[in-house]
Design a protein. Structure first.
Lengths: 150, 142
């Protein structure tokens, strides 16, 4: 049994890595589930049990973390950054950002300047942590299913 | 005064498989390989660099069965050890690793203010980053 869990964990981690790598691309949950050799439903259930949040929410936090970096370090427009990190609409980006970070992208940019530290440290250290109950129930990468702002 | 980091350890699921990966794929060299009863003291190191990386396998005699199972689950979730190496040519190394059959890259080489780095995982889930250090950029004032 334990070897099965280890094998499943490793495959789920590989799928999570795929999201970290390809966050800027339009990702659908089926393709990411295929990385773990799992059906969509099994993948979502197992991922949540293993990592404590849905794949959708993980990807959202990855994208928001990258947008926080770009807001701090570049002078690109909020709209450009929204598209850079894989969101398809400014409305969804702004709502998701605010829900996770607690302030708007513009307010975040105004309050935070660039920081010189290794990227991997920031990736881990500034990844927003909140995993709201609303988002935990969400089970799709599709923005149509994105949770409404609380 | 402490003068050197002599040994650091990482957890792996299998010492033989780890040795193959870290030596034959990643290009480290074998350090110590000593058996003491049922325990195998096995290390790898960067060639020419004195710090040993001890490859530790959860289980007897270090851990009871329940602890070992917990550790193995954490390793495969990517929640345990990580290593950061330096290289003089990260893009060349990226191609070399691919040629040796490494597929588990978490990040292809990307340039940052402090250099160019890439990420991969060992066969068990441990994170490895490899950095080609660059000149530190002037602080951005924009």
């Amino acid at each position: 049994m334990t070897r099965e869990i280890e094998d499943l964990n490793r495959r789920l981690l590989r799928a999570r890595d795929a999201m970290d790598r390809a966050y800027a691309e339009p990702l659908d949950v089926r393709a990411v589930a295929a990385v773990a050799y799992l059906s969509e439903a099994h993948f979502i259930r197992s991922f949540r049990a293993t990592f404590g949040e849905t794949p959708h929410r993980y990807l959202q936090r990855r994208r928001v973390e990258r947008s926080m970096f770009l807001l701090r370090e570049t002078d690109r427009s909020v709209t450009d950054i929204c598209l850079d990190v894989g969101f398809m609409s400014l409305g969804t980006f702004s709502r998701t950002f605010r829900e996770i970070v607690g302030e708007t992208p513009s307010d975040y940019r105004a309050a935070n300047g660039p920081v010189l530290a290794p990227n991997c440290i920031w990736m881990a250290g500034t990844r927003p942590r909140a995993a709201s109950r609303v988002a935990m129930r969400s089970s799709s990468f599709g923005e149509a299913d994105a949770p409404a702002a609380p | 005064m402490i003068t050197k980091l002599n040994v650091a350890s990482i957890f792996v699921l299998d010492k033989d498989e780890a040795l193959d990966f870290y030596v034959n794929k990643l290009g480290l060299e074998k350090g110590h390989d000593v058996r003491q009863g049922s325990y195998r003291w096995l290390t790898v190191r960067v060639p020419g660099n004195g710090t040993e990386i001890s490859l530790e396998q959860p289980g007897s005699p270090l851990h009871d069965d329940v602890t070992a199972a917990q550790l193995r689950e954490l390793i495969t979730k990517g929640a345990m050890s990580s290593l950061v190496f330096n290289t003089d040519d990260v893009r060349d190394l990226y191609e070399t690793l691919q040629a040796r059959g490494v597929t588990d890259f978490t990040q292809e080489p990307i340039e940052h203010a402090y250099g160019t780095d890439m990420g991969l995982r060992d066969p068990f889930g441990n994170a490895i980053r490899i950095l080609q250090q660059g000149k530190v950029a002037q602080k951005v004032t924009a």
